[in-house]
Design a protein. Structure first.
Lengths: 257, 261
């Protein structure tokens, strides 16, 4: 496999990301408002027996939501390209199909990581101020690796959804359901024991949800609770592997039609 | 002299146009269901007993009522995007050529923008009212009437911004930022008493606070509605008057001589 063509595709998709200025601005303001307004107010309302400090608890979760939303964006573009047959132009480029497919999955993942990076720094600062704990290099690398894998998996998931239908309405519906179910059936906003009491039917989904594993893995190293478990990394790695492969094959198949 | 028939024709067109935004309607509906059935149910168990008492006994009901106001706001502001798109596609020239006066056109757009969001959110509102359980129909009727004015005011607000800002990118960014702040700095999601004082100041003059508290009062969650209903109604009337008439005035002026181009 030639790396250069893949990098060209990654570079192209990455540049395209900054065309959506309004989306990025809206997302940044929403993320910051969630952290510095909603989380601060919730901190004054939450039962301390359940969460000691909601603001600190939520900060690592916020990086995951930002990463997920940014990495998910690539699916919308690919669905539009499939509907408008722009993919025909992509096929005319001197790039192999699978290089094209891999490049797109990687680009989606990279978007998530780049968008999330300033929020991760904010989270590190917040958790350091509140807990005086800073992860040591290996822990920090584990967090970054886990976030990168979630980003790749999310990009793959959104591409697999995007190429599964040419109907925009069906795609938007599927995207909405997947997006919100993964968001709210996770430990991004609340701990697992609350999900267990409020929605026991969805505990399994919440446990295996890569967003839960990512949020809990970051909390394990930044806040010390919940404890780190290798299962978290395995779950995230499997999610990334399955959806990156699925997206690559689905994208290749769609462009062959 | 304004012809109500012509105003209604313009409003009706905007209501029909709303159905074009299938993606928006689907996404908002899914968002509503997930907010109520997932986030609302879990978060309800997260708060202290004194918070539950302060919000009328059950945070879930408080939250569900707030989500309705958020939906009303976010679907109404879409009229501003319509105006931008029409300017882009040359539809405004066509609209100016129809036998409808400028005032009728702009008034119709403001009413249509508010009414279509009310029609869309209506079934969800009924569902939330069913969950909460209405205790006083007259109170509810008064609240709904004020919420009508609220949506017209929001439509006027969106039109005012759309015609004041020429770049669609800037408009998009501004709307995104306002959307993020206006909802969180209001009592749609939490009571004012738990906000830090700088946030309280903004929330106490935020039209979404008045709308949310009024809806809760109408639905029978009187103890959760901290703004007195008369004050909330009055504030919504002021908001409606200010933005509807300002929006009409500004839009009408921009329409003359191609100021939208």
């Amino acid at each position: 496999m030639a790396i250069k063509p893949v990098l060209h595709i990654v570079q192209r998709d990455f540049k395209y990301f900054f065309r959506y200025k309004w989306w990025v601005a809206g997302m940044i303001s929403m993320n910051l408002a969630d952290l510095f307004i909603m989380a601060i107010v919730y901190t004054r309302m939450v039962n301390p027996d359940i969460i000691t400090d909601y603001f600190v608890f939520f900060a690592p979760g916020l990086t995951i939501t930002a990463l997920f939303a940014a990495a998910f964006m690539i699916g919308r573009e690919i669905n539009m390209e499939v509907r408008r047959e722009i993919s025909h132009y992509m096929l005319s480029l001197p790039i192999k199909r699978w290089e094209l497919a891999i490049g797109r999955v990687l680009a989606g993942g990279l978007r998530g990581i780049i968008y999330m990076a300033p929020l991760l720094v904010t989270t590190l600062i917040i958790t350091y101020i509140y807990t005086s704990v800073f992860p040591h290099p290996l822990q920090f690398l584990t967090i970054v690796l886990a976030l990168f894998l979630i980003s790749i998996g999310t990009s793959g998931l959104s591409i697999a959804l995007a190429v599964s239908t040419t109907s925009f309405e069906k795609y938007i519906t599927a995207r909405g359901v997947v997006y919100y179910v993964l968001f709210f059936c996770s430990t991004v906003f609340y701990p697992m024991n609350l999900i267990q009491t409020a929605l026991p039917q969805l505990v399994l989904l919440a446990q295996y949800n890569p967003l839960s594993c990512g949020a809990d893995l970051s909390r394990a190293f930044l806040l010390g609770n919940p404890p780190f478990s290798p299962f978290m990394l395995v779950d995230i790695a499997l999610f990334a592997l399955i959806f990156a492969s699925l997206a690559t094959f689905a994208y290749m198949k769609v462009t062959q039609k | 002299m304004i012809s109500l028939k012509k105003v209604w024709t313009v409003a009706e067109r905007d209501i029909r146009m709303f159905l074009r935004y299938k993606f928006l309607l689907i996404m908002r509906a899914i968002w509503f269901v997930s907010q109520i059935a997932l986030f609302g149910l879990v978060v309800n168990r997260m708060f202290r007993p004194d918070v539950q008492s302060a919000v009328g006994g059950n945070y879930f009901n408080y939250y569900a009522a707030g989500i309705i106001i958020t939906m009303l706001y976010s679907t109404t502001v879409f009229i501003g995007y319509d105006i931008y798109e029409e300017a882009d596609h040359g539809v405004i020239e066509y609209l100016l050529s129809v036998p409808v006066s400028r005032k009728e056109l702009v008034l119709g757009r403001s009413i249509g923008g508010g009414l279509r969001s009310f029609l869309y959110v209506g079934p969800m509102m009924l569902f939330v009212l069913y969950l909460i359980g209405v205790s006083n129909v007259l109170q509810l009727f008064a609240a709904l009437l004020s919420l009508f004015l609220f949506t017209f005011g929001v439509a006027g607000f969106s039109i005012t911004l759309a015609v004041s800002i020429k770049s669609s990118d800037r408009f998009d960014i501004l709307m995104g930022v306002i959307d993020a702040l206006i909802v969180r700095l209001s009592t749609t999601l939490y009571p004012i008493a738990y906000m830090p004082s700088p946030y309280q100041g903004i929330a106490s003059i935020n039209p979404l606070t008045f709308a949310a508290d009024l809806f809760r009062w109408g639905a029978g969650l009187e103890s959760a509605a901290l703004v007195p209903p008369m004050l909330a109604v009055l504030s919504i009337v002021v908001f409606f008057s200010m933005f509807t008439f300002f929006g009409i005035f500004l839009h009408e002026r921009k329409l003359e001589g191609g100021g939208w181009q």
